[in-house]
Ligand binder design. Structure first.
Ligand code: ADP
Length: 309
């Protein structure tokens, strides 16, 4: 096998109460990448379509994670990478994470799978750090493993796969304004009142229990963020209205996807998720902000091979 084409999915990080630790994987939006072995050594990005991103391997998250793996393994070949980007950079649905996991996943397949998915995520963290200026894996883990994931620890890296209730659907609206992950991290408080911390960890624990037991009522009562959302929501136009209308339309919960500007909602059943989408669209249609929406079943498979030769 000399060439592989992969689908690298978009992801939602944080999931309201799980700042920096929880995430889930989407299947209706993602990037495609082609990774090819070359006799010339090194990592080269030879094609990028969809969005304007750097070709230098050291400046592109796909290249940085690829180099981290390449310099550790020192294979006797090189690799060239083509990136077909469908996830807008800076959208808050894991655009950089999709690239960071894609390159190493593809190289690993071509090399006969010397690494497991946790080890591949470790290399991807190096790429993700280029975009967000800190090492975290809350988008990388769901892109790599699929479903819901909890990053129990980054160092050493420990990822837990959480079961996905069968009827859970996500609705995403991406208002096309720019929020840089690095900047939206900088505005967060360094300390948290104890009462807020108690509320938050009760919600994380009960959300995990709700996911394990497919208890949609418990999922609903757990999807609250009293720590991060109050600080970040001010940067997203119409956030409060979108959240309110999503809940009225029947969503289990609604919050900021990653560091925004995308907003996600989770619903029981496709029909409710579509109703939530219609309400979100209605709100942004009354503004001059361009937007995109997605409705997606939770992708339990994660990154996958599309073809190889
Ligand atoms: P997102 O949450 O959508 O990944 P980030 O703000 O974390 O958004 O990352 C986007 C930043 O990373 C942009 O500044 C972009 O130029 C940079 N970047 C570098 N390489 C890539 C890549 N292959 N894919 C996406 N973004 C990249």
């Amino acid at each position: 096998m000399n060439e592989i084409k992969i689908f690298s999915p978009a992801t939602v990080a944080n999931v309201s109460c799980g700042f920096d630790v929880l995430g889930f994987c989407l299947n209706s939006v993602g990037d495609e990448m082609v990774i090819r072995k070359t006799s010339e050594k090194g990592i080269k990005i030879i094609r990028i379509e969809g969005f304007d991103l750097p070709f230098e391997a050291e400046k592109n998250v796909a290249g940085v994670s690829a180099l981290a793996m390449y310099n550790t393994l020192k294979p006797d070949c090189g690799f060239e990478i083509e990136i077909y980007k469908f996830i807008k950079p800076g959208s808050g649905i894991g655009s950089s994470a999709a690239s960071a996991v894609g390159s190493v996943f593809g190289m690993n397949e071509l090399l006969g799978k010397p690494y497991n998915r946790t080890e591949l995520t470790e290399f991807s963290i190096k790429g993700e750090a280029l975009a967000s200026k800190c090492e975290h894996a809350d988008n990388l883990a769901p892109a790599m493993f699929g479903g819901f994931t909890l990053v129990k620890s980054v160092c050493p890296l420990e990822i837990l796969q959480i079961p996905t209730p069968h009827h859970l659907y996500a609705t995403i609206i991406h208002p096309q304004i720019e929020i840089k992950t690095a900047e939206s991290r900088a505005i967060l408080p360094k300390e948290v009142p104890l009462q807020d911390a108690i509320t938050q960890w009760a919600n994380v624990g009960s959300l995990i229990h709700g996911l394990h037991t497919s208890n949609y009522e418990l999922i609903k009562s757990s999807l609250h963020d009293v720590i991060v959302e109050p600080h970040r929501s001010q940067f997203i136009p119409n956030f409060d209205e979108v959240k309110n209308e999503a809940l009225v339309a029947g969503a289990l919960g609604c919050g900021i996807s990653g560091s925004g500007p995308s907003i996600f909602a989770l619903s029981e059943g496709f029909d409710t998720a579509k109703k939530v989408e219609a309400e979100m669209k209605k709100i942004f249609s009354n503004t001059d902000i361009a937007f995109e929406t997605y409705v997606s079943k939770i992708n339990t498979e994660g990154i996958k091979v599309l073809s190889s030769k």
